[in-house]
Design a protein around this ligand. Sequence first.
Ligand SMILES: [Zn+2]
Length: 403
Amino acid sequence: MTPAPDGLSDVKQKVAQAVDRLADDLERISHLIHANPELCFKEEKAAAWLTEFLEKQGAAVERGVGGLPTAFRATIESGAGRAAGPTIAIMAEYDALPNIGHACGHNVIATSGAGAGAAIALALKTLPFAGRIQVIGTPAEEGGAGKVKLMEAGVFKDVDAAMMIHGRCGTQIWRPSLGVIKVKCEFFGKASHASSWPWRGINALNATIQLFVSLDAMRQQLQPDARVHGIITKGGDQANIIPEHTAAEFYLRAPTKDYCKELLRRFEACAQGAATATGCTVTVTPDPTIHDPLKPNFTMADLFGKNLERIDFPVDPDDGEAGYGSTDCGNVSQALPTIHPYIRISPDGVPGHSREFAEWAKSPLARKGIVAAAKALAMTALDLLADPAALKKAKDEFGGTKI
Ligand SMILES: [Zn+2]
């Protein structure tokens, strides 16, 4: 049964009040995660703090779901006799970046998502609507494609719609993201004394440098939103040895999966060219997991926007200054109706993956973002359970669009 609209309104108010009651705890856990940055698949402390917190508020917690020790699922279900019904997932990320810590603000994502579930559990105990809400703890967004692994393990099999929030220098209910193919490239040459016998060596570092130069030339003929960028992970062993083996890693990004594949084709040609020019041999190894671009769901995004409005949290016009990143949430969005909106946790113009953004991720502005995001996520999940027509509309939209 769909409850009367003011019934839903009461429920939303109770849950929002519960978020306010939990706000100090959420900020404390956010700061703990921030102060203890853990890399992909190693988020043991973060997963422990989040699951303990959700359990304490009354959610049923499963740890290590999908074969990933730092993944979890926390479920809040409807009361007796209403166990059937849809499943709405709220995703939480909590991994950090190497050396620059929580410069992507995943501590904010974690506590917003867990905060939404915890507030629902605390305020309602059991859901007044048929179905369930699950907070899914998804490890390894930065480099491990944890959500893809969880999907392959069936964790999202019964999920009808999914959502998460990401911190940013502005609040936007929709921004695109790019697909990514990650690729490793190794060159093999021949070692020789770099001074007395240089002509007897084959220089694998020259091949890597040539590849970067070729990619720079290639870039001018790419479509504007495509991105090709990389680092050298091995440049040689010592300056007096002609490098016999070098390695580099690249991300090839584009708004569509097809154009990502075109980038890989061109990349392979550049790598082959660099090998030929230097006399090296080359291996190009693309990661089998392609990150998909985000598929929008404007039905769910609108609900999320209306809930932000309800709590008087302003949505910002897109500054138009920044390009786009990528996320393993893209793969979820290609499998089921999904939203990935952004909440402000810094002033305008602060780039993600910067030390400055890492500082903002533990600021009073981040606390405001966590509280608003937890409320809006919880309310949007409740909207989809309370109103089967809204969920159907989101599903119809998902079935009718392709990106
Ligand atoms: Zn990031």
